[in-house]
Design a binder for this molecule. Structure first.
Ligand SMILES: Nc1nc2c(ncn2[C@@H]2O[C@H](COP(=O)(O)OP(=O)(O)OP(=O)(O)O)[C@@H](O)[C@H]2O)c(=O)[nH]1
Ligand SMILES: [Mg+2]
Length: 226
């Protein structure tokens, strides 16, 4: 069952490492982004989502699958996230959720090797499903969660980083239990990738539109001269 629970909260964030070099046009000031948070069981998908929405860690999250709305201001732009906190359910159609999403947060636990092991094929499946619809790069962030449990670490940071690099994804290691900032960086990084993909799509459609119009004009000229 999918519940729609609109939790509209705003947060402001201006990362100091990123100089402001562009003046966004009004069209780019607001963006909606559908995000699917997915991964193996018990890796912290809900903890990460709730941390982003409320800045809090509450420990146990139950098993209600939900879509949340949350708005975030980044460098003068408003981003309205719709976040689908995924439940691993063999019967539900993964393809539908993938088609719905503009971007993906793929979570594993650094203490759970198996949760890391399934990610490569998951990324491949997402890319195959999305790239059948569009040629644009799929925005994906890989997140190693439970960083606070370093004494139980089973996956090194380097392995996580290398996987992300080899699959052309972004990578973060976080602790949803300990801090908000890492989680914010995850969604901020993903929003940037989604924005780039949407812009690229717009440009592509623009060029394709011009080619179509030109072809139509030339086709008309040819028939006029007959
Ligand atoms: N130590 C620690 N525990 C965490 C962290 N994130 C989540 N947990 C715990 O891990 C367990 C699973 O967290 P959930 O957020 O429910 O994980 P999930 O992936 O949503 O689980 P399912 O929806 O059941 O697949 C809970 O007991 C959380 O308290 C973290 O960063 N550090
Ligand atoms: Mg959950």
């Amino acid at each position: 069952m999918v519940l729609r629970i609109p939790l509209r909260r705003s947060a402001s964030f201006t990362p100091d490492h990123r100089p402001v070099v562009e003046v966004p046009s009004p069209a780019t000031l607001k963006m909606e982004a559908n995000v699917l948070v997915t991964g193996a069981d018990r890796v912290g998908k809900s903890a990460l989502t709730v941390r982003f929405l409320t800045r809090r860690f509450i420990g146990e999250y139950g098993d209600i699958e939900s879509i949340y709305s949350h708005s975030l201001a980044v460098e003068g732009r408003e981003i309205l996230f719709h976040i689908w906190d995924d439940q691993t359910d063999e019967n539900s159609t993964e393809e539908k959720r993938i088609q719905w999403a503009d971007g993906f947060v793929l979570v594993y636990s650094i203490c759970d090797r198996a949760s890391f092991g399934i990610l490569r094929s998951k990324v491949q499946f997402i890319k195959a499903t999305k790239e059948a619809l569009s040629q644009e790069k799929v925005p994906i962030v890989i997140v190693g969660n439970k960083r606070d449990l370093h004494h139980r670490r089973a996956v090194s940071s380097e392995e996580g980083r290398l996987l992300a690099l080899s699959m052309d994804c972004e990578f973060y290691e976080v602790s949803a239990a300990e801090a908000y900032h890492g989680t914010l960086m995850v969604f901020h990084g993903l929003a940037e990738r989604i924005r780039e993909a949407k812009l690229a799509l717009k440009k592509g459609t623009g060029i394709r539109g011009i080619v179509k119009t030109m072809s139509a004009v030339f086709a008309r000229k040819r028939t006029d001269s007959l």
